[in-house]
Design a protein around this ligand. Structure first.
Ligand SMILES: [Zn+2]
Ligand SMILES: [Zn+2]
Length: 253
């Protein structure tokens, strides 16, 4: 199984996960055209995508979902809460409701959705597995839960939110109401929380970490890189900082 982040941040999120026979997008938060462009940059044909998995209804996760679904005739998997919260998703070709902790499969990819604490109707993160290997895509969570720790322990590749530096958020340009939302229990995960999660839950089979959903205003990729270097430097874990503007490397999970 392979994974490539097509882009991540508040301007749009989408991640390509595929085996030899099945390909999925986790979130489709760019326009359909932009998703096609980024798939091309990853040398991947859009008509190979078999399904879209949606984490939650915020625009940076669903923007191109309905159009991509219609254009390529692929289903959208999402919670009923997500579908109800943004009716534009009903324009998709085929909506399939999922439940947190309710496993399902698409082709030879097994999919495990689980709840995350975020200010959306019924948000989930996903573990996608194939042949005993597991990739976790977990962005948009306000704090680390016991469940998040347990799931992280299971994963070979972890794509996890490292949204903001607490100090930069404090002194940054956002109005206080937004600072409180972002930094709150149902907002976004800080760099410190993210590193603490990895320190506690990075199991012996963890081989790749992708830091995702970095804020442009309240974070600096160099800060994340420094922390990650200090923690993983010289070790067996490869890490990447996902970009908002371009697709990342393709990793074998
Ligand atoms: Zn988001
Ligand atoms: Zn969100």
């Amino acid at each position: 199984m392979k994974l490539c982040v097509l882009g991540s941040g508040s301007g749009g999120n989408s991640t390509l996960v595929y085996s030899d026979s099945t390909a999925l997008l986790v979130d489709a938060g760019f326009s359909c055209r932009e998703i096609e462009k980024r798939l091309a940059a990853a040398s991947f044909q859009p008509d190979k995508i078999r399904a879209i998995l949606i984490t939650h209804e915020h625009g940076d996760h669903i923007r191109g979902a309905a159009l991509f679904s219609r254009k390529y005739g692929v289903p959208i998997y999402l919670t009923e809460g997500t579908a109800t919260a943004d009716r534009s998703l009903e324009k998709g070709d085929d909506l399939r409701f999922i439940r947190p902790e309710g496993n399902f499969a698409e082709g030879d990819l097994e999919i495990h959705p689980f709840s995350v604490p975020h200010d959306a109707a019924d948000p989930v993160a996903y573990i996608v597995s194939n042949g005993g290997r597991r990739a976790m895509v977990m962005t948009d969570l306000g704090h680390v839960t016991v469940r998040a720790v347990e799931k992280t322990r299971m994963a070979n590749l972890v794509m996890v939110e490292s949204n903001h530096d607490v100090e930069l958020l404090k002194i940054g340009p956002y109005p206080w109401s937004l600072k409180e939302r972002v930094g709150g229990k149902l907002g976004h995960l800080s760099n410190d929380d993210c590193m603490e999660l990895l320190a506690n839950a990075g199991g012996p089979h963890l081989s790749t970490v992708i830091f995702a959903h970095l804020s442009r205003q309240n974070n600096n990729p160099n800060l994340v890189r420094l922390n990650a270097d200090a923690f993983f430097g010289g070790g067996r874990v490869v890490f990447e900082i996902a970009s908002q503007d371009a697709c990342g490397k393709t990793y074998e999970v």
